[in-house]
Write a protein that binds this ligand. Structure first.
Ligand SMILES: [Zn+2]
Length: 466
């Protein structure tokens, strides 16, 4: 990587400054949605209405050219009509952000989280990376294209969810509306991967990691019931004790690991750019599948999560008082299901390793891993890779399996090719700041993000039919 990192706005990509100002405007509107499906309380609805008004003000051409409808609680579905009806495209970003503690200074924020301060070549604040940064670069790209007289060859749908962070209903409602109309987006792009620095040990330059699938989720409750009684005469085995044994068993017997085709493709793509001991191994990822699947989990939790289903113990419940025996002990497991596995496999594994009928295993919420979208050799994948090359010429673009859950998982039902990628540069610290303190995006990267969407929207794949 020869390019100098932008340290001031003056060096940044020319499109970055306008995007930075738009981003600042939107960050100042604290769009935190409550969980659940219930209508937004008036004070929250008012905040989302302000956010929509600010978007309309920043992007008058987009909102004038598009038909706009509200989906779910405050989600927005826009349609920019193309000249031909086939191959519609859907580009997504969410308007809502995760909350910030009242005492944000104590959490270590350098700048007020809802100020959108522009300093040191960056825009600072909640949502700058997740996901208002992506929303802004997408809309800036469209606005500038429309300003230059461009019009889309294909229908372009824009879906701006309003409760992604709460797993809320706006994306679900949008997908249902499209399904009812018989619309099958040919290409969908939502948040997920990024142009990541320090993405792999031994990789110096940035990697544009594009999610081509995402893991599933199973939330499981383990419950043990017992007779309870007085703490002065405890039974030999208590409900919490039995539950504890089950939890130790779950942690002691990890899910089987295997290297999915997508991970093989990712490693093969990265390998030529690597330095160090992993290079010769990853170059031969296809033939070394088995050994890699067993070695990678030992190199840290991220690599472990890449090759298998994981189970995280989250909530624990037992007795309500210090001198009362628990009649019921409960633990929650948050499991992420590997692509290639299933919800059923996950539950079967848990029941088997626990091996104790006194522990009931109950599924609270489940969604299967997403289908795998086409990669190398597919026109849509190539269009994304070309747009990365136009905006981040020194980044190597590779597919990966996304480990978090996004709105995109709802869309897979109606769309054959769903990708998860924000064209924003993120180093390790920035990735850690998502949902934490000091979230920030560089102005240069905002400019490149605009470039990415301009290249994607005007490239041959989305152009007029041949
Ligand atoms: Zn997000």
């Amino acid at each position: 990587m020869r390019r100098k990192k932008a340290s001031s706005a003056a060096e940044a990509h020319p499109a970055g400054l306008a995007a930075a100002q738009h981003l600042q405007t939107l960050v100042r509107i604290p769009t935190v949605a409550p969980p659940g499906d219930a209508p937004l309380p008036p004070e929250v609805a008012e905040i989302f209405a302000r956010h929509r008004a600010a978007m309309e003000e920043c992007y008058p051409r987009v909102f004038a050219a598009a038909s706009v409808e509200t989906v779910g609680r405050a989600g927005l579905l826009l349609r920019l009509p193309g000249t031909v009806a086939d191959r519609p495209v859907m580009l997504m970003a969410h308007q809502d952000v995760v909350p910030v503690p009242q005492d944000w200074e104590a959490e270590g924020w350098e700048f007020p989280p809802f100020d959108g301060t522009i300093a040191d070549g960056h825009v600072h604040g909640r949502g700058t990376l997740d996901d208002k940064g992506a929303l802004v670069v997408l809309l800036d790209a469209l606005e500038s294209l429309l300003e230059g007289g461009w019009s889309p060859a294909r229908d372009v749908y824009l879906l701006f969810g309003a409760d992604e962070e709460q797993h809320g209903p706006s994306a679900v409602a949008a997908v249902a509306a499209l399904e009812e109309r018989g619309i099958e987006p040919w290409l969908v792009l939502d948040e997920g991967g990024a142009v990541a620095l320090e993405a792999f040990p031994g990789l110096k330059g940035p990697a544009a990691v594009i999610g081509a699938s995402e893991k599933g989720i199973v939330t499981v409750e383990l419950v043990v019931e017992s007779l309870g009684g007085h703490a002065s005469t405890p039974p030999r085995e208590s409900a919490p004790g039995i539950l504890g044994g089950a939890l130790v068993a779950v942690e002691g017997s990890p899910f089987p690991s295997s290297l999915h085709d997508l991970s093989v493709e990712m490693f093969e793509g990265i390998a030529p750019h690597l330095r160090g001991p992993l290079k010769p191994l990853l170059r031969r990822a296809r033939s070394l599948r088995g050994p890699l699947a067993s070695v990678l989990p030992r190199l840290g939790p991220e690599l472990a999560a890449m090759v298998r289903t994981t189970a995280a113990i989250t909530m624990l419940e037992g007795s309500p008082a210090q001198n009362v025996l628990a009649t019921r002990a409960k633990a929650t497991l948050n499991c992420r299901v590997a692509v290639g596995s299933s919800v059923e496999d996950t539950v079967t594994h848990l029941v088997a390793v626990i091996g104790d009928e006194r522990v009931s295993v109950e599924v609270i919420e489940a969604s299967e891993p997403s289908p795998v979208s086409p990669t190398e050799g597919d026109e849509r994948w190539d269009a994304l890779v070309d747009a990365v090359a136009a905006s981040y010429p020194d980044a190597v673009a590779v597919p990966y399996v996304m480990m978090a859950a996004s709105d995109a998982r709802h869309v897979a039902r109606i769309a054959p090719a769903v990708y998860r990628f924000s064209p924003l540069l993120m180093d390790k610290k920035q990735r850690e700041a998502i949902h934490g303190p000091n979230e920030k995006v560089s102005i240069d990267s905002l400019g490149r993000g605009v470039e990415f969407y301009r290249a994607l929207l005007t490239g041959p794949a989305l152009g007029p039919a041949a």
